[in-house]
Design a protein around this ligand. Sequence first.
Ligand code: SF4
Length: 410
Amino acid sequence: MRLGPALIEGGRLNPGYLKLDLYCRGLRVAPDLVDAGLVRRVRAGLGSGLELCLSDSGMYVNAPVHEAFAHSSPYALRASSQTGSYDLLRDGRALARVAVAPAPRFYGRRTTSGKRMDTIGTIQGTYLGIYYGGLCANWKAPSEDACRFCGLGHSGERTNKTAQDVIETALAAREELRITFVHVNGGFDDREGYVHRFLPLMRRLRDETGLLSGLQLPPLADPAAYHAIREAGVNNVSLCFELWNDEAFTHACPGKARRAGLDRYRESISYCARDVGFDTTNGELIAGLEDPAASMAAIDWLTDVGAIPTVCVFRPLVGTPLENRQPPRTEEMVPVFAHTYRRCIERGLPIGVAPDLRVSIVLTPDECRWLLPPSERERWKLRRLKHAAMRRALGWRVRRRVRKSRAVSP
Ligand code: SF4
């Protein structure tokens, strides 16, 4: 009999299982934590919860707290005597020590154009996430094209950021928190030349901050644009097709289905992963809105073309058409996340190699190893050592780039 993963294994907490369980069950918190401005609703909404760091593992998790299901969660926080430290309780019993991530100091600073930096970018784990560009075309359309799970239009996200605002905010985050990665997204847009508005920003991020960068994109009509993005210094591209089943995709993402369609997402991901030379290409999925078997089929396809799956757990955000839907059950999500790790490793994909990068809004593919049965987890130790060596080498490269950028623009 093969024993599966569990929250407690041999008397020890499984941090990956806990992270997944928090996404699926949410967290009850005292109102003062919410009122303290620690819960932020920005970008499309996955970061709408409370940022926690699981003290023993160093894993970050953005735990849902606003949504109805979170109000009956078995998880709750109890303040401990140490400032900023909490006991995470499950059914009233202390399970782990966690830290609530404090708001970074740079959030209160202003860019030279006078905008508060917390309206420019958000720390999600240990990286800086930036929404850039105008409002997503699907939110602008008169015909309810917005993805049904998306909270962008309710988030108050600022849409008049300049490249200079972003650079100043990234530099402030780099100096205060030693971040290594900036992720930029701009919703969906199918206008010709759309991506060219991102290129000057991405070039400046590389040259003036030295940080690694990622750009989330819709499918682009001209394949040459992907090469221009790579030449602008972008390390990672991601495309969010969200759902594998055509009917589920059309229902949940009417604008994306009408303006692009699943096939164009697949073609673009495959092209980026095979022909452009990005360090990594990601395909983003939401698990919990379709059968787990469909999510696993998407993971198979992605890893076959050389792309890395980013799998989010469906969160029924308040104010969206799906707010009354339940999130998936942890037990049905375990095989999906275990499959993510297994497939990435079997295909030799470079997971967990970005230096000092921890992510709060999803389980990273590397963290998905915790959802394997314990005996299988051991099997991939050598591969993990290889990835650790790659991470050190990349860390050295980033530090060198940062030093160089400081010399150019102190
Ligand atoms: S593409 Fe969909 S998920 Fe992304 S910002 Fe637009 S409406 Fe939201």
